[in-house]
Design a protein around this ligand. Sequence first.
Ligand code: ZN
Length: 282
Amino acid sequence: MLNRIILTSLLSVFCISVTQAFQDDQVTLLKKLTGASPIMNGVSLSERYEQKSKEQAAAYLKQQMDEFCDEVTISSYSKTGSNVVGIIKATQKTDQWVVLGAHFDSVRNCPGANDNATGVSLIYAVGQHIARLQNLRYNIYIVMFDEEERGLIGSQAFAKRIKKEGVNLIAAHTIDQMGWDQDGDKGIELEMPTDALRDFYLNVAKKYGFDFPIHRTNVTSTDHNSFRRIGFNAIGITEEYKNGDTTPYYHKSTDTFETVNLPYLKSTTDFMKKVFEEMLIK
Ligand SMILES: [Zn+2]
């Protein structure tokens, strides 16, 4: 009995510290992308708009993704743009794929914390989580898109590429702006989901007791639309714009790490981990 108690408590301490470590990783990534801490020795990013800062951000993201992806490439599609593309392979034979994406570029003179280091940190944390699961039924692309702010250019290039390659894509899920929750209800919005995707998200919320508001909107001004417009299923996930509950620092130099609501980001990250777990595990 005693041994079992000791074992159980050791196990729970271990699990808590593993979980904690992953959360810390997510916040570390958020800090480095936004210049709240240096991305490498002596270099802090004040934005991710200029070519040099985007290259530094992409190299850092590749390095982080290399730790849990089966394969990561910095995929250059033009002189000015490169997506960071990670692959986690299914554990069973399949030709089916799912995309989880977020843009890593910012507008000029903006640390782009809410928009969209939060989304990048979320897909990074969900990717880490997926990589530890057994029995994955689909292959997964974890993609950090470039040049969303210049007109969804990186996601368009990626979507067109996989279309051309004949990739059998089940759906693309993209995250943009996930760090503001003034009213404290932890609400989120689903942008342009198919009915099936919406029902799936709502069922996962119900099953795991996520009781925050989930709204459906027709917003098309971010990366998920690059997939939808060439015929793929797609959904966007974002903070609650309803009632104006979105960052007042949008595209400003004040969109800093300090303004991110970390408990809110964690709540949505936990939810998205469950969404992907339910989708992938068979
Ligand atoms: Zn954005």
